[in-house]
Design a binder for this molecule. Structure first.
Ligand code: MRU
Length: 350
């Protein structure tokens, strides 16, 4: 079972004569089942992103790129090229509206829009959108391996690494960002271990991170979300590494709700706190985290577990899916171009 998960492709374009479709791991079934689902229309892709069949910022980005290719295939019968493009751009906006916080979605759709703008015919547009989606997929794995290798440098020998949510192979095309750092550190040092927050309300840490790390044989301990300060105060956490959904130009970072709590505790207990993310997660168009849109999700994610209500049915609920960690709490942002101080992110783009 060693390195099972790091060899799978979370999302992949399956080529067929005349086009193809998107195949992805159905993350709603983990850890009970490991199944792929085929997404064959742009509307189904919208739903797959919204319902979190596919989730994690880089994986959502690739899903968006696939969604645009699927939309183009659906519009293949339109006669007029200009009309085709107008309808396709509308579909781009529609797919982009499925989840607001992870900027990788907008980033990948923008890459597809550049392809649309550069193509000369409908058939050429379709073929190039598919090729571009496959290119972005392959690049994602390479980028994550680089993030992992840079990040492994900040992991002390025998470290206990605390992580939150799932920034792993299953949140990307493969290998992972924060868990890419874990994988690269593990390749060098078999004495490291991971503490994984369960990550309410969707339990991506409990369901997905523990699944993928234990499948790869990496020692993992599950914590509930409130346990971090207890273990930090006892000196049992050496470093925190988490992923990101959007990083502002000043380094403020949106990630799964609860990440900021970890960063505050880490500052208090002098534990270094790192973000691992590709450059496609950095949004240099916004100055600070105040401008990051935070997705609000359904109350049932909080009130129910596995379809069963766990609280008074009439209770009020607010369910922000992400929080923003202020840049001053972040020791460094690990990217495919190296590790940057939050206030030096511009250097990553030269
Ligand atoms: O709501 P999710 O599961 O899409 O949230 C995922 C996270 O917050 C991840 O930490 C982030 O997208 C980074 S994934 C490499």
């Amino acid at each position: 079972m060693e390195e099972f998960i790091s060899k799978i492709r979370t999302i992949e374009w399956i080529k067929e004569v005349g086009g193809g479709f998107s195949r992805m791991v159905n993350q709603l079934l983990i850890p009970y089942e490991f199944e792929y689902v085929d997404i064959k229309s742009s509307n189904d892709m919208f739903d797959a992103i919204k319902t979190m069949i596919v989730r994690g910022a880089p994986a959502i980005g690739i899903a968006g790129a696939h969604g645009v290719a699927l939309a183009a295939l659906e519009l293949a019968d339109v006669q007029d090229f200009e009309e085709f493009k107008v309808k396709l751009y509308e579909k781009c906006e529609y797919i982009n509206s499925s989840r607001p916080t992870a900027v990788n979605l907008a980033w990948a759709i923008e890459k597809q829009k550049e392809v649309i703008a550069g193509a000369a015919t409908i058939q050429e547009t379709i073929a190039e959108l598919i090729e571009n989606a496959i290119k972005l997929e392959l690049e994602d794995i390479e980028i994550n391996k680089k993030i992992g290798d840079y990040g492994a440098e900040i992991v002390p020998q025998g470290a206990t690494i605390l992580t939150h949510c799932n920034a792993g192979a299953l949140a990307t095309v493969g290998y992972g960002t924060a868990l890419g750092v874990v994988r690269s550190a593990w390749a060098k040092d078999r004495t490291i271990q991971v503490f994984a927050d369960e990550t309410r309300p969707r339990g991506q840490g409990a369901r997905i991170t523990t699944f993928e790390l234990t499948k790869d044989g990496i020692p993992t301990t599950l914590l509930t979300d409130g346990m971090c300060s207890h273990f930090m105060s006892k000196g049992m956490i050496d470093v925190v590494v988490v992923g990101a959904d959007r990083i502002a130009a000043n380094g403020d970072t949106a990630n799964k709700i609860g990440t900021c709590t970890l960063a505050v505790c880490a500052k208090y207990f002098n534990v270094p706190f790192y973000i691992a993310a590709p450059l496609s997660t950095i949004d240099m168009s916004i100055a600070s985290g105040k401008e990051i849109p935070i997705e609000l999700r359904d109350r049932e994610e909080v009130t129910h577990v596995n379809g069963k209500i766990i609280c008074a049915p009439e209770v009020n609920v607010i369910n922000p899916s992400f929080d923003v960690t202020p840049s001053e709490l972040i020791a460094g942002i690990i990217t495919e171009r190296g590790i940057f101080k939050p206030n030096e992110l511009h250097k990553a783009f030269v």
